[in-house]
Design a protein around this ligand. Sequence first.
Ligand SMILES: *[C@@H]1O[C@H](CO)[C@@H](O)[C@H](O)[C@H]1NC(C)=O
Ligand SMILES: [Ca+2]
Ligand SMILES: [Ca+2]
Length: 367
Amino acid sequence: MVRYFTFLLFFLGCVSKVLVVQSPCGTKEQEPATPEGAAGCGCDRLKRAAAVEEDGTLSIDPAVKYSTEANERTSKTPGEERTQSQMVLISGGEFLMGTDNPGIPPDGEGPQRLVTVDSFYMDIQEVTNQQFQSFISATGYVTEAEKFGDSFVFEGILSEAVKNQIDQAVAAAPWWLPVKGATWKHPEGPDSNITERLDHPVVHLSWTDAVAYCSWANKRLPTEAEWEYACRGGLKDRLYPWGNKLNPKGQHYANLWQGDFPTHNSAEDGFIKTSPVMSFPANQFGLYDMVGNAWEWTSDWWTVHHTTEQQHNPVGPPSGTDKVKKGGSYMCHKSYCYRYRCAARSQNTPDSSASNLGFRCVSQMNR
Ligand SMILES: *[C@@H]1O[C@H](CO)[C@@H](O)[C@H](O)[C@H]1NC(C)=O
Ligand SMILES: [Ca+2]
Ligand SMILES: [Ca+2]
């Protein structure tokens, strides 16, 4: 109950900014944001208020400790079928992070700033259902959505049977419904499964769950800077991982939303929901689905204030309430969620989970 209320307050705050250009949602803007730009697809305000203590601190499971112990219990037999993602070396270097021409100014996409990152390896794909299944089989890990008993699902992909059971919605974004029993194994609730989607990105995982998985795999989540450097694929100051045109030569380069959000998804790119990973071309670094398909968690706490001084391996603020996610999802359309750009960003509390939010891991070594 509280969590929907919190959502509503946030949303109203954002909308009021559109009218008076002043609100807690954003800072000085060069141009008025669209209501869509401010409120987005509603993806960024899904919170579990229950996890926020009265003093504002967050109660987070010690996932790292847990998964380290679990990892020690897991014996890696030689010749065992490889389930981990292939990784690619991202050679370190400097790049321009963020943009001075923000698509959504309140998100803190700017200012553009010079950042250097050291070399690292990155999963070429989002973590899939099959890969996450191997983690669960090895550790017995229980995800936060399973503990809480529900997760947020986009209404457009729910069955009538499930929709009819729901009496509570997010008032300001009625297309997001808290669905009892929605988990990574049951992405649209108990009457759905992942049997036909083993090669799709795993979704309904919290930041804490994502950290637990990467840690088990002897990897970690990327920082926002690493993620954005990787997204840009060596291109300078471009919108997308492949350049500035959304559909070069009429081709789709990412699983996004075509049609009218949220009522009509024409699926011109071939997919209404998630797609199998690597269904679209890789960027110049060999990375797939950096934008679109599933949003991807990063390790950084959220802030919209960035220094313009040159940074080396920035890791974000030391603390916060929300974590940064990058890349947008299959739900993103320019009219509502113009966040399928490398500079774009959004946030969720670390215990939030939803039907369009996943992750990939990085490592200093090729694992
Ligand atoms: C999984 O879902 C498919 C439909 O996508 C259905 O045909 C199948 O029976 C389901 N399997 C199980 C084990 O529930
Ligand atoms: Ca699509
Ligand atoms: Ca993605």
